[in-house]
Ligand binder design. Structure first.
Ligand code: ADP
Length: 204
């Protein structure tokens, strides 16, 4: 039973492309989706950027999918209601899976507030290739940082459904990696994630 309704089209038959399974095992890097979840201003984009640089320095082919970028393109028709957020996450997960099939290490930086939709993203991508990273910071810290002035607007009621203010964030219970950006520097968070990748990457 999936979280999102299946498309009721009986005439779709996905072709079993042979490269998807046969070649993946011979790739020089283990394709991964590093899915960063956390409230706004917790540090997802900042850490994604530094992690991207660090992975490229290690010869990895990478791609970042950032929440704000997809919302101005792929998902620009979506708002911030629960169902639109779920659809946003579904689309990102499907794109990440295509990039995974191309052999990339995909870094997703997306609030992804609901545990159910993160679970669904994991199901789309496949547990073996999905690394959930909780980029964690207390709400007060994130609100003090407020690099885009969004918390201020949300407190004034100018933005509705803002995670942490008038919309819930389901704290991940068993993420593969947890980084507390109140106590860790950006470099320390990146090192923590790289350490997990190194311990779980047979190509390292
Ligand atoms: P998000 O993508 O989660 O909304 P951003 O990365 O856009 O968050 O913003 C986080 C802000 O917090 C940036 O301005 C960043 O410089 C700042 N910051 C301060 N300390 C840290 C830290 N230890 N880790 C990550 N970001 C930090």
């Amino acid at each position: 039973m999936s979280y999102f309704p299946e498309r009721p089209d009986q005439n779709l038959h996905a072709f079993a492309f042979s490269h998807l399974s046969a070649e993946r095992s011979r790739m020089p890097q283990k394709p991964l989706v590093i899915w960063m979840t956390g409230i706004s201003a917790s540090g997802k984009s900042t850490i994604a950027d530094a992690l991207d640089m660090a992975l490229q320095a290690r010869g990895r082919l990478t791609c970042i999918i950032d929440g704000d970028s997809v919302r101005s393109g792929l998902c620009r028709d979506l708002g911030f209601t629960d169902s639109d957020r779920d659809e946003n996450i579904r689309r990102v997960a499907e794109v990440a899976r295509l990039m995974l099939d191309a052999g990339l290490v995909v870094i997703v930086a997306l609030i992804s507030p609901s545990a159910a939709s993160r679970h669904y993203a994991r199901a789309i991508i496949g547990n073996e290739h999905f690394v959930e990273v909780h980029v964690d910071a207390p709400l007060e810290t994130a609100e003090k940082r407020d690099p885009k002035g969004l918390y201020k607007k949300a407190r004034l009621g100018l933005i509705k459904h803002f995670t942490g203010i008038d919309s819930d964030y389901d704290v991940p219970i068993f993420p593969e990696v947890h980084v507390d950006t109140q106590t860790l520097s950006v470099e320390q968070s990146v090192a923590t994630i790289l350490d997990w990748v190194a311990r779980n990457d047979e190509c390292t």
